[in-house]
Structures are given as structure tokens and as C-alpha cells.
Design a protein around this ligand. Structure first.
Ligand code: NAX
Length: 331
């Protein structure tokens, strides 16, 4: 039998936390033959709720779940973890300035970066979900210099999956037959969902989405805004933000990173920019990536037309602004 993998979920008493821990314990994230030990980090006001989640995990009697750590101590939570899903954060409340939310999250991510660097496994893989996801990941990277920068990522897979979902609905094909959309940039409304390289495979024939949809107006405007605004549409409908889809996409992100992407398929991940596609180094930016043997690499050589270029740069510009706002909160 395999040794258990230790998976940390911060903010585990929250909505996404509650949805993701059973998925992890069932093997959705790391596979049906991989035992796991769940580490859950919460804050004092949520400590009792967190303990309730632990009780339910015990009650669910998951065969793959070999242990549960529920704590409000970041050091204890980070001890020897192999995978860290950072869901905990400070939400934007009505009337709050962007800078105030940034400042709260910067101090959280600075502290948790140190705890991870000191106590996690040296090859820990980190996924930041909490918003502002790209910039929180960047702060975490800055304050955990011993963790390889390739091991720090943020979640844009939900946006990627939303884009696949919209194409599937539009063409009335199964979502599993749609692939290679791209989310570029920030996990925010400036993200650029790009279908220029996406395809649909039906009866073993692979065709470009552009050709099949044959409606540039829809692809260039409606599709893009629907994906960008999907989070807001879910809040409007549910009176709560996306949780099951966020949790499921976070599992997809880690599964593909650890176990690899299928041949000929890429996914979107927020990763540390190496300057690919003219995106300045030193930003956590969402790119198309393939994964093999636990390593991601940015898909190279895709043709970027003028329309796309503008969108790639606009979302990079927002990330540069967020980065300087975050740095101004550090002092
Ligand atoms: P909830 O407010 O339900 O849960 C957050 C939890 O984090 C709470 O239980 C809170 O006590 C805890 N927390 C706060 N500070 C903490 C700290 N310092 N250490 C540990 N835990 C802490 O939010 P939920 O709906 O679960 O969303 C969590 C985060 O995901 C939010 O920041 C949200 O904006 C972000 N999202 C990101 C998405 C993405 O695709 N990247 C999509 C979904 C989601 O909106």
C-alpha cells in the first residue's frame, strides 16, 4: 500500500473547505489508491465549526482517510504537508476598500508562507485559492524563498472549466469532448478566456471551436463576459459564492499537476511567469500548461493575434497594479 500523502486545507470550516475535504478523502484529488491525511487550519472564531467538520470526516468512515489534524496553529497545520490548498483568507466586505482587503490578505499570506517554509515537506506543492488568488500566491512565494517557485500556483482552473462548460452548452456536445481553452492572466474580471486554440472531438474528428461555433460575435463578446462574470452570476443565484465548482476545480488542478495532463491536452494554471508570451517575469499569471511527472510547463509557440495581445496585456497590467498595492501593504 502507498504511504499516505498529507494534504493541508486552510479555511477548512468555510464553504469551499466543506466541499473539498470529502472530495480529497474520497480520492478525487490524488486517485482512488492514494491514502491521505487531512490537515485543516482555521482561525479562532471558526475553531468549533472546524472541529465539527473533523467529526463529520470521522463519521463518513472514508477508507482512504488515515488521519485528520484540525487546528488553529499554523505551524502544527503545516507540519510535513506534501500539498497545501490555501482557501482561507479575508473576504471583501461591503464598503471595504481594495487596499484594506489586500492588506489583510498580505499579512495572512506572509505568515502562512513562513509556516509552510519552516514546517512543510521541502517539495510541498501549493495551490492558492483565496482571493486575490494570484497576488496572494505571489506574497506566499516572496515569503517562502526556500519553496521552489515552480511549486507555488494559484487557481484559475475554475475559470478554465467554466469556459469548457460554456462551449459545451453552446454546441450541445459533452464537456469532456471540449479541450484546450485558455485562461490568461488574473483570476478576476480582467482574465481572458481564449478559444482560439480550443477544439471539440466528435466521432473521433477534432475540429476548432471557432469553426464549429461560427459566430465570432458570440465568441468575442458574450462568451468572454459570461466566463468573466460567472462568479457574480453564481452569487446572484445562490446568494453564496461558488463552492462545489471551486472545490472540484481545485481537485482537478492538483490531480493534473501530480498525475499529469492527458497527451494533447493542456489546462490553465496561475504560475510564476518566466517571461513567456511577453508577460513580465515576477507575476503569478495564468498560462496554458501541460504537466508531467509532477512538473508543469507553459505551452509554447501558440499564435497570439492582435485582439488576444491586447487582452493578455490588460490583465497583466492589473496584476502589476495589484503587486504594487500588495507591496505597499507590506510595510
Ligand atoms: P468562506 O468565508 O466560506 O471560508 C473562508 C474560511 O477561511 C473561513 O472559515 C475563515 O474562518 C477562514 N479563514 C480566514 N482567515 C484565515 C486564516 N488566516 N487562516 C486560516 N483560515 C482562515 O469562503 P469560501 O467561499 O470558502 O471562499 C474562500 C476563498 O476562495 C475566498 O477568498 C474566495 O474569494 C476564494 N475563491 C476563489 C476562487 C478561485 O477560482 N480562485 C473561486 C471561488 C472563491 O470565490
Amino acid at each position: 500500500a502507498k504511504n499516505p500523502v498529507r494534504v493541508l486545507v486552510t479555511g477548512a470550516a468555510g464553504q469551499i473547505g466543506y466541499a473539498i475535504v470529502p472530495m480529497i478523502a474520497r480520492g478525487v484529488m490524488l486517485g482512488p489508491d492514494q491514502p491521505v491525511i487531512l490537515h485543516m487550519l482555521g482561525i479562532e472564531p471558526a475553531a468549533e465549526a472546524l472541529n465539527g467538520v473533523k467529526m463529520e470526516l470521522i463519521d463518513a468512515a472514508f477508507p482512504l482517510l488515515k488521519g485528520v489534524v484540525a487546528t488553529t496553529d499554523a505551524q502544527e497545520a503545516c507540519k510535513d504537508v506534501n500539498i497545501a490548498i490555501m482557501v482561507g483568507g479575508f473576504p471583501r466586505k461591503e464598503g471595504m476598500e481594495r487596499k484594506d482587503v489586500m492588506s489583510k490578505n498580505v499579512s495572512i499570506y506572509k505568515a502562512q508562507a513562513s509556516a509552510l517554509e519552516k514546517h512543510a515537506a521541502s517539495d510541498v506543492k501549493v495551490l492558492v485559492v483565496a482571493n486575490p488568488a494570484n497576488t496572494n500566491a505571489l506574497i506566499l512565494k516572496e515569503y517562502a524563498p526556500k519553496i521552489p517557485e515552480k511549486n507555488i500556483t494559484c487557481l484559475t482552473r475554475l475559470d478554465h472549466n467554466r469556459a469548457l462548460g460554456q462551449i459545451s452548452e453552446k454546441l450541445n456536445v459533452h464537456v469532456g469532448d471540449v479541450k484546450n481553452v485558455i485562461i490568461w492572466g488574473n483570476h478576476s474580471s480582467t482574465q481572458y478566456p481564449d478559444v482560439n486554440h480550443a477544439t471539440v472531438t466528435t466521432s473521433s474528428e477534432e475540429k476548432p471551436v471557432r469553426e464549429l461555433v461560427a459566430n465570432d460575435q458570440w465568441l468575442n463578446i458574450e462568451f468572454i463576459t459570461t466566463v468573466q462574470q460567472r462568479g457574480a452570476a453564481i452569487i446572484k443565484a445562490r446568494k453564496l459564492s461558488s463552492a462545489l465548482s471551486a472545490a472540484s476545480s481545485a481537485c482537478d488542478h492538483i490531480r493534473d499537476w501530480v498525475l499529469g495532463t492527458p497527451k494533447g491536452t493542456w489546462v490553465s494554471m496561475g504560475v510564476y511567469s518566466d517571461g513567456s508570451y511577453g508577460i513580465q517575469k515576477g507575476l503569478i499569471y495564468s498560462f496554458p500548461v501541460t504537466c508531467e511527472k509532477g512538473q508543469w510547463s507553459i505551452v509554447q509557440g501558440l499564435k497570439i493575434d492582435e485582439f488576444s495581445r491586447g487582452k493578455l496585456d490588460a490583465t497583466a497590467k492589473e496584476l502589476i497594479e495589484e503587486k504594487s498595492l500588495a507591496y505597499s501593504c507590506l510595510n
